[in-house]
Design a protein around this ligand. Structure first.
Ligand code: MRU
Length: 355
């Protein structure tokens, strides 16, 4: 996607051919800072401290983290150590585990003397695969938006609501939930996006609003609590969210607050879609209740910027994700097409891969 009119990915191999450059998302929207990852520790810290975030980007960063670890020591022991360290950074996004498992499956078969070079090649494949999946999600999703457009009585722009950031910043490029939005906008289908701020870390306000603005997509930021009101008033034509992990039965884990939007959408008869690249499907789980939910530090809730807003001494709880049950999801938008949020729906599209 473009920043100041110049195409960018969120992660790339630096000019020295070994280090990895990322956009430091903790600095957006105020400054565009490129951070350099030179070691395994740099990569683990970037994921844990959310310099990079968003399930697909976390997965690709972990893959490059393995590459960095193998630069100086490509032994089996280092491969094992690096994979464990990266896997421990964040628990909910299945992309992290899946990317590491795929890298290991390929690298275990390569002699240590060839491993570092091979690792960079595999990581680049994963990065390109993410971009291709997201482009396909955009193509499938935009058909749903065209159908909604055709059914809408007024000629006003289609009103899409999203939560958190599931745009190009959450991926290598293009985005998941925002891929249909960008595809619509680029093809001349008028869209307007309601961006919920996404307390406590404000990924909607800081990141989604910034990237939509860079791309020229009309949008309005709302407090999270305004979402139900807007749906009830008929101001929303569809909700599209991303996912950090979707079970094989279609339960969708995503940023905290997603479930409330799905409940409001059902009550207001607004279609609720999740954009799900196959890298975010956990084929080992049936029930969303079994997805590990990251609990983050209290300071994200007690403080807004540098200011404390919670009285000292009041206890705080900060679950970072929630699970929307499949029954509240109108459909899943994947790179293979749109399907029912169910085991039959997902297996219908991905049977070949699973076999
Ligand atoms: O904690 P984050 O910012 O890494 O969480 C990301 C999300 O939950 C996003 O909503 C997104 O949909 C999943 S990644 C495309």
């Amino acid at each position: 996607m473009n920043i100041n009119g110049k195409p960018h990915r969120t992660i790339w191999v630096a000019g020295d051919g070994m280090s990895v450059d990322i956009i430091d998302q903790t600095k957006l929207p105020h400054e565009l800072v490129i951070a350099r990852l030179a070691t395994l520790d740099d990569a683990a810290t970037a994921i844990r401290d959310m310099l990079v975030r968003g399930a697909p980007l976390i997965g690709v960063t972990a893959a490059y983290g393995l590459c960095l670890a193998l630069r100086d020591d490509a032994s089996d022991a280092m491969l094992d150590h690096a994979a464990k360290k990266l896997e421990a950074t964040r628990p909910t996004a299945v992309n992290l585990r899946a990317a590491l498992a795929r890298m290991r499956a390929r690298l275990d078969a390569v002699a240590p003397s060839e491993r570092a070079r091979a690792a960079y090649g595999f990581a680049a494949e994963l990065a390109d695969e993410d971009v291709a999946q997201n482009r396909a999600i955009g193509e499938h999703g935009v058909r749903l938006l065209r159908d909604l457009r055709a059914a809408k009585p007024s000629s006003a722009p289609l009103q899409i609501m999203t939560h958190c950031n599931a745009g190009w910043l959450a991926t290598v490029d293009v985005g998941t939930a925002l891929a249909p939005v960008y595809t619509a906008h680029d093809s001349g289908l008028a869209v307007h996006v309601w961006v919920s701020e996404t307390r406590p870390r404000n990924q909607g306000a800081y990141l989604t609003a910034w990237e939509l603005g860079q791309h020229g997509v009309p949008h309005t930021v709302i407090a999270d609590n305004a979402a139900g009101h807007l749906m009830q008033r008929g101001d929303v034509d569809a909700v599209i969210v991303g996912t950090d992990r979707t079970t094989r039965c279609g339960d969708v884990a995503n940023k905290i607050g997603t479930y409330l939007k799905a409940l409001a959408a059902r009550e207001a008869n607004v279609p609720f879609y999740a954009a799900v690249p196959s890298s975010s499907i956990d084929w080992s789980l049936d029930r969303g209740a079994d997805i590990p939910i990251e609990e983050r530090g209290p300071e994200e809730v007690t403080h807004v910027g540098p200011s404390r807003v919670v009285p000292a001494g009041s206890p705080v709880r900060n679950p970072a994700f929630d699970v929307t049950p499949a029954r509240l999801v109108t459909a899943l938008i994947t790179e293979r097409g749109v399907c029912e949020a169910s085991r039959a729906g997902l297996e219908g599209l991905f049977r070949v891969t699973r076999a």
